[in-house]
Design a protein around this ligand. Structure first.
Ligand SMILES: Cc1cc2nc3c(=O)[nH]c(=O)nc-3n(C[C@H](O)[C@H](O)[C@H](O)COP(=O)(O)OP(=O)(O)OC[C@H]3O[C@@H](n4cnc5c(N)ncnc54)[C@H](O)[C@@H]3O)c2cc1C
Length: 531
């Protein structure tokens, strides 16, 4: 296109879009990022309510320090030194009906905690932990093979993976493919027979949104491995700080970030994306577009349906979306970390049976509740001596007891559950706000208020998630609706990888892929010319 003002336009300033835009800007591309909201970050953002700062969504991150993969990627993107993270350890306390389990964020710590609680299960705990560690290493090797050589993954592989593991990799890969078909229930049962232990090691399932009978076992294993091998952190300054640092750095590298700029259409002609049209009618052209707006919405609302293969639209119609968040943000005039909440985050369950907990949530009741207080890690988020507490449960878009009609009642039920740990909490509430799946949808355009993109069930994760390549030329997708999937660090890593891949395609030094692509383009336009 002759009037191209930018090489790349990134639609959406969630962490996936920000990371892609920074990666491309650092590689010398002229990038424009368009975000509909007045502040960047999407789910990874926060807002001030009265005197308190609350994260919209994010409560903890794995692997952002030391040799954690995201930490190394942040370093490669040139921003690691601009961010501070507080280590969260133990990363989770599970409050079950009869007792609590504290889960430290290290292999040794979690081993001794589990063995102490389940002494008769020591051998199965060891077999289970060894398997989790092996999977983490196999995943890194698979990544190296799928995405090609890059200095970051190679550095991590050299540190973490012994030669013997490389030698057994083909066998490891085959079992990973087979295990990739298993739910967390089926996969973890191979190692753990005790029902309560099983419930504890699957206790973090709400971070992925579906219970063990539906959840991909591989995703649960990655989450478990990440939390214990790569450690868990909270970003100082709240999650907004991450998004702000990305924007600052994109601009430092010559990129442009426009906030309050809603894209109405991705422009497509002859099967090729060539720009966008904003809600105010302005058109901007470019060489290629990367869409970070939620894919389920983008394929339906931003792209002319005539340009999308019907087969893909039918597939999207059948795919399941994840649940949405129902949150209560509380600003309190006392410090909860000194009155019963010693650790960063608690998951409070009505039952050891996660299927039952999930069934109740589908009916519209908060049978699983996450409670976290970031002011322990970062006291600057509240006035001195005060604290914040964020309560989260999850509901599908449609529930038997419709959450839309019971917002205050549900918020009260969630606070009542907290009274077990914080008996005086009601006397200390200064600020109280709620977030429903509907409000999240209005904020980020996430279809049906989905908090993690597609549900993380076996048939919708990793390489089975939507491809980052669209069927439209020069249009790519990034973010948690696409491969590899859910989570802030996962989206940062995938944005960085996609930026690097696009550099190979659109960069100045032609790669084999770009040569093939140019040849394909020539054939394509020749063919269209004949039509
Ligand atoms: C309640 C909740 C808690 C979570 N907790 C954690 C956690 O503790 N740790 C963790 O790692 N992950 C967590 N996650 C998941 C994590 O936040 C997401 O996986 C990740 O942030 C998704 O990033 P993304 O790049 O896909 O973009 P999104 O965050 O979905 O951002 C997409 C962006 O596109 C913009 N956009 C949409 N349409 C348009 C348009 N037409 N024009 C311009 N811009 C547009 C949106 O405004 C938004 O900014 C949580 C998610 C939720 C909802």
């Amino acid at each position: 296109m002759k009037n191209e003002q930018y090489e790349a336009i990134v639609v959406g300033g969630g962490v996936g879009g920000l990371s892609t835009a920074l990666s491309l800007s650092r590689n010398g591309h002229k990038v424009l990022l368009l975000e509909k909201n007045e502040s960047p970050g999407g789910n990874c953002s926060s807002r001030k309510m009265d005197e308190y700062t609350f994260d919209l969504a994010v409560h903890q991150l794995t692997g952002v320090e030391g040799d954690g993969q995201c930490g190394v990627v942040l370093k490669d993107l040139g921003i690691r030194h601009k961010l501070d993270f507080a280590r969260v350890d133990p990363f989770l306390v599970l409050d079950m009906p009869d007792r609590s389990y504290t889960l430290p964020g290290s292999w040794d710590g979690v081993r001794s905690s589990l063995v102490k609680a389940f002494p008769k299960e020591e051998a199965s705990i060891d077999r289970f932990l060894a398997k989790m560690r092996a999977i983490k290493q196999d995943a890194m090797m698979a990544q190296r093979i799928l995405y090609g050589a890059n200095s970051v993954v190679d550095e991590l592989l050299n540190k973490d993976v012994p030669l013997s593991r490389w030698l057994s990799f083909p066998q490891g890969m085959l079992s990973m493919l087979a295990e990739g078909e298993l739910t967390a229930e089926k996969f973890f049962r191979r190692y753990i027979k005790d029902d309560k232990l099983m419930s504890v090691v699957c206790g973090a399932w709400p971070y992925l949104g579906v219970p063990p009978s539906q959840l991909s076992g591989m995703m649960m294993a990655f989450l478990f491995g990440g939390q214990h091998m790569e450690k868990t952190f909270y970003p100082i300054g709240s999650s907004q700080r991450i998004a702000d640092v990305f924007v600052e750095s994109i601009e430092e590298h010559g990129g442009t970030v426009r906030l309050g700029a809603e894209v109405k259409r991705i422009l497509v002609k002859d099967g090729r994306a060539y720009g966008v049209e904003l809600a105010n009618g302005e058109q901007i052209h470019c060489r290629f577009v990367v869409c970070n707006a939620p894919a389920a919405y983008a394929y339906r609302e931003l792209i002319d349906p005539k340009e999308v293969p019907k087969r893909l639209l039918r597939k999207l119609g059948k795919m399941e979306k994840s649940v949405g968040p129902f949150k209560v943000y509380l600003g309190l005039d006392y410090d909860v970390s000194k009155h019963g909440l010693d650790h960063h985050e608690y998951l409070i369950y009505d039952s050891y049976d996660h299927e039952e907990n999930y069934r109740r949530m589908q009916e519209g009741y908060p049978s699983s509740l996450s409670a976290y207080s970031p002011t322990k890690a970062d006291p600057s988020l509240a006035p001195e001596g005060h604290s914040t507490l964020i309560l989260t449960t999850m509901f599908p878009w449609q529930t038997k007891r419709d959450w839309r009609n019971h917002v205050d009642e549900i918020a009260e039920e969630m606070i009542t559950k907290m009274e077990k740990r914080l008996p005086d909490i009601r006397q200390h509430i200064k600020t109280k706000r709620t977030l429903t799946p509907e409000k999240l949808k209005a904020y980020t355009n996430t279809t049906d208020g989905s908090m993690y993109g597609w549900a993380n069930s076996v048939s919708q994760v990793l390489i089975k998630r939507l491809s980052n390549r669209s069927p439209i030329r020069d249009l790519y997708l990034v973010g948690h609706w696409t491969q590899p999937g859910t989570g802030v660090t996962t989206c940062i890593i995938s944005g960085w990888m996609i930026g690097n891949l696009l550099q190979k395609t659109y960069g100045n030094v032609p790669s084999m892929h770009s040569i093939l692509r140019t040849a394909q383009d020539a054939l394509h336009s020749g063919f269209r010319g004949l039509q």
